[in-house]
Design a protein. Structure first.
Length: 118
């Protein structure tokens, strides 16, 4: 299974980029996908997750009200739409896939850098 994250880059404060994560090479069912981020000098933190079957979403407190996670089952792709970005949102954003409802992520993407300029 490969997860390909894209959509990062340099954005201005208040910008609204959309990240994508496409899953390929999977021949079995999966439970859900999540987004994490890791800022310089900080630990990786959970941002958002979504279940493939019913689209139920889960957001961190920092993401609520600004970020939206969605999925396109036909494309095996999950999106993270980010709004009102702040410099503190600067991080490498990773997508990950969980095969079961334990939300223990089994596969990780390579990450995409999001840099928010002030």
């Amino acid at each position: 299974v490969q997860l390909q994250a894209s959509g990062g880059g340099l954005v201005q404060t208040g910008g609204s980029p959309r990240l994508s994560c496409a899953a390929s090479g999977r021949t079995f069912s999966s439970y859900g996908m999540g987004w994490f981020r890791q800022a310089p000098g900080k630990e990786r933190e959970f941002v958002a997750a979504i279940k493939w079957n019913d689209g139920n979403t889960y957001l961190s407190d920092s993401a609520k009200g600004r970020f939206t996670i969605s999925r396109d089952n036909a494309k095996n792709t999950v999106y993270l739409e980010m709004n009102s970005l702040k410099p503190e949102d600067t991080a490498v954003y990773y997508c990950a896939e969980s095969l079961t409802d334990t939300w223990k992520y089994d596969y990780w993407g390579q990450g995409t850098q999001v840099t928010v300029s002030s």
